[in-house]
Design a protein around this ligand. Structure first.
Ligand SMILES: Cc1cc2nc3c(=O)[nH]c(=O)nc-3n(C[C@H](O)[C@H](O)[C@H](O)COP(=O)(O)O)c2cc1C
Length: 342
């Protein structure tokens, strides 16, 4: 397996054979780094301690154009933390999770493990842990199969804290409205040359050996234009085409989930990431594909329209579609864990 895809080659039963604490923490972190992140920027760094792991925000991965408020970088870190919580819970070694405030020099959270007197494996988490090993952000059209209401009801019950809400939208009219706002957001974003320049730096050709960024295959770009696609994004405003494609994908989804928060704060954004990842994995576990589209909540003014449609005073933070797709998705690359350890 090529180095950039090594993170995906993992077997669940390896954990109990590991002897050293450090090996065990590294094994758990292999699951953490499979989390989604903006532009696949993988903005996390880890410092291993005695039975613990500190999680840092990597300031070099900030995206001033795509993420000026830093909401997305914290959401990405929240997704990573949630993977770590799920997998260490599954193996019965999770002791404590501690969060730090924004002034802690990029230190975001500490996870404390208990390897000496581990609790029993939490078998009910096995489906989520397995889903981490095959999850992907699945762009494209959904087929017409509906999601059973028992699954939707289950995800509505997943709690992200008092100041977060999850809105599950399955009526066509509202889904089409949200698709329209996303399309508009993309048009606005791509009309900005500086945004396109930053974005182009994070798109990688299909045969690239780069360890971060979005491969063109995962954006459904035809092979023939894959090598020049980053240049096209940078030089030409493809906003119209991209917004039409995104509109179609979202409008085909049987379910759109929007996570809202009482207020914007880095702590809430971490929670949003945790809730989003938990809910997406719960769906993935049931063979349901998920696809993230944040353009409608990122652009000025549009997020208010989303609030109106949802009938909430909470601020929209994260939007993803869910449904069934017939194709299999190839994973995106990851920077090997060793390079992420301080
Ligand atoms: C906070 C956040 C925002 C994202 N925004 C978008 C988006 O607006 N459009 C999109 O196509 N993908 C979006 N993504 C998905 C990432 O591009 C994707 O997770 C990344 O390329 C890694 O690929 P993978 O999720 O398949 O492993 C977002 C992911 C995160 C965590």
């Amino acid at each position: 397996m090529a180095d950039n895809f090594r993170a995906w080659d993992i077997k669940l039963n390896q954990f109990n054979r590991l002897k050293l604490e450090e090996e065990k923490i590294k094994f758990l972190l292999e699951f953490a780094i499979r989390a989604p992140s903006t532009h696949n920027s993988q903005p996390w760094l880890f410092k291993l301690g005695d039975s613990s792991c500190d999680i840092y925000l990597n300031p070099e991965k900030r995206l001033p154009k795509a993420d000026p408020t830093e909401r997305d970088i914290f959401i990405s870190l929240g997704c990573c933390i949630e993977n770590l919580i799920i997998v260490s819970g599954y193996y019965g070694v999770l002791k404590q999770v501690k969060f730090y405030n924004k002034n802690s020099k990029n230190l975001v959270a500490k996870i404390v493990f208990d390897f000496l007197s581990p609790r029993k494996e939490i078998k009910s988490l096995k489906g989520l842990v397995t889903a981490i090993t095959y999850r992907s952000n699945s762009r494209g059209l959904f087929n017409s199969k509906k999601i059973e209401s028992r699954i939707i009801n289950r995800i509505k019950k997943i709690l992200g804290g008092f100041d977060l809400k999850i809105h599950c939208i399955d009526d066509r009219e509202t889904i089409v409205k949200l698709a329209g706002y996303t399309a508009k957001g993309l048009l606005m974003a791509h009309s900005d040359k500086e945004f396109r320049k930053e974005m182009a730096d994070w798109i990688i050709g299909n045969n690239s050996s780069r360890l971060e960024g979005i491969p063109t295959y995962s954006m459904k770009v035809p092979n023939i234009i894959s090598p020049i696609f980053p240049l096209l994004i940078k030089q030409i405003n493809l906003g119209k085409i991209l917004s039409r494609l995104n509109f179609k994908s979202i409008a085909s989804a049987p379910l759109v989930c929007v996570i809202t928060a009482k207020k914007n704060s880095s702590r809430n954004w971490l929670k949003v990431g945790q809730l989003a990842e938990r809910v997406m994995l719960e769906l993935n576990k049931n063979n349901i594909k998920t696809s993230i589209y944040l353009a409608s909540v990122e652009m000025d003014g549009l997020y208010r329209k989303v609030m109106n449609v949802l009938g909430t005073t909470y601020k929209p933070q994260f939007v993803f579609c869910a449904g069934y797709m017939d194709e299999k998705f190839k994973p995106t690359p990851r920077i090997p864990l060793e390079e992420k350890i301080l």
